[in-house]
Design a protein around this ligand. Structure first.
Ligand code: GAR
Length: 207
């Protein structure tokens, strides 16, 4: 059973999609807690509405990473909540070695582009401004690089001439909300097989 912690810094629509998938019986997981580095992030409110522990942690003095004392506190929170898997969902900080080593191979992220195109920040804007005709989202394992881990799931959208960045992002988010629960369910079923960088879906091992 996946005992999930979901990390986010913002509105938490991907977290909501994961909560909804669990509640609908489409995802074999328990959400043990939702964590945010932003005290008033709406992701925490979403968790509270579903009676899921919602925890804010302070990352000071770091502005862009989760490291040092904050990382130690987070590791303790995860242990206290018996977490065995981490889903980053709009978590806007770089995860460092303490968390990566403790949860090696058990941290995944969703990114709003078709990696390896447009890693890093503002990927939707980057893709739109570049003028690509297709973009999408990627669910991938987290490693020490920025958006470089092995790819689990991708969904694409077409960017029509009539699209604005806003309408493109709306379509993209809708695909994220499908891709993330789907990827988590593959992991829950023990279907993910990693061969070098390539992930293939094996038979279900859990049932
Ligand atoms: C999502 O689009 C996710 O892909 C992106 O932040 C958004 C969070 O939305 N993540 C990143 O950019 C990570 N580099 P949400 O809070 O509504 O789930």
């Amino acid at each position: 059973m996946l005992k999930l912690a979901i990390f986010g810094s913002g509105s938490g629509t991907n977290c909501q999609a994961i909560i909804d998938a669990v509640e609908a019986g489409m995802l074999d997981a328990e959400i043990r807690c939702v964590l945010s580095d932003v005290a008033d992030a709406y992701i925490l409110e979403r968790a509270r509405k579903h009676h899921i522990p919602a925890i804010h942690f302070d990352c000071a003095p770091f502005k862009t990473k989760l490291d040092g004392e904050a990382e130690q506190k987070v590791l303790q929170i995860l242990e206290d909540h018996d977490v065995n898997f981490i889903a980053l969902a709009g978590f806007m900080r770089i995860v460092k070695n303490g968390l990566l080593n403790t949860y090696a191979g058990r941290i995944i992220n969703i990114h709003p582009s078709l990696l390896p195109s447009f890693p890093g920040l503002d990927s939707g804007k980057q893709a739109f401004d570049y003028g690509v005709k297709h973009t999408g989202c990627t669910v991938h394992f987290v490693d020490a690089g920025v958006d470089t881990g092995a790819i689990i799931n991708q969904k694409t959208i077409a960017i029509e001439d009539s699209d604005t960045r806003e309408s493109m992002m709306e379509k993209l988010h809708a695909q994220e909300h499908i891709a993330y629960p789907e990827a988590l369910q593959w992991i829950a079923e023990g279907r993910i097989q990693l061969d070098g960088r390539r992930i293939t879906l094996g038979p279900c091992l859990s049932g």
